[in-house]
Design a protein around this ligand. Structure first.
Ligand code: SF4
Length: 180
């Protein structure tokens, strides 16, 4: 199964998937470790929020989707009688929702749909730095695009196919640069 975080990595650069999933190279960034450490404190704050009182709040929920061949931990799931909303928490300062983040939250949406049997119409990205919520509408074409991305990742892994270099500014921020 493909991990939801692989979606974001693939959209950053497909070649990263080859290094990570075919060669098994993992390089975690300190920022990501920091994110995990403060999640617990964040959950406690969400539970105290008045605006979320009408929702059951599920934290760090592991889900799998047979249909999409996906697995991953959803940071938060807000559950009411009529609606279920996946939430992704970002610790990076941002002003816009990048496409890779959008597709990542679409992946969380399909995980929630398959496991809770309800269509997800919207998801939320929480900007921990600015303490802001951003809503993301989920459309049928997002699900189709997600399926294509998963198939492309599976193709790289199954055929041990190394995608061409990106040769862009992205390489300067890529943890695989030294071995690429
Ligand atoms: S260094 Fe550049 S080409 Fe290589 S994996 Fe990273 S982004 Fe892709």
């Amino acid at each position: 199964m493909i991990d939801v975080s692989d979606i974001s990595q693939f959209l950053y650069c497909p070649r990263k998937i080859y290094f990570m999933k075919v060669l098994g190279i993992r390089m975690s960034k300190p920022k990501m470790e920091f994110g995990r450490d403060v999640h617990e404190e964040m959950y406690a704050k969400f539970k105290r929020r008045k605006s979320l009182k009408s929702y059951d709040i599920l934290e760090n929920v592991y889900l799998e989707s047979e249909r999409y061949h996906l697995k991953g931990f959803v940071d938060l799931i807000l559950k009411s009688e009529n609606e279920i909303i996946p939430v992704d928490i970002k610790f990076t300062r941002f002003d816009e929702i990048y496409y890779n983040w959008r597709m990542q939250i679409v992946a969380y949406a399909v995980l929630v749909e398959e496991n809770f049997g309800i269509i997800v119409k919207r998801a939320l990205i929480y900007n921990a730095d600015k303490k802001e919520w951003r809503e993301v509408e989920i459309f049928p074409e997002d699900r189709k695009m997600l399926k294509k991305i998963v198939e492309s990742i599976e193709d790289i892994v199954a055929n041990e196919r190394i995608p061409p270099k990106t040769e862009s500014k992205k390489c300067n921020y890529c943890e695989m640069q030294k071995i690429c």
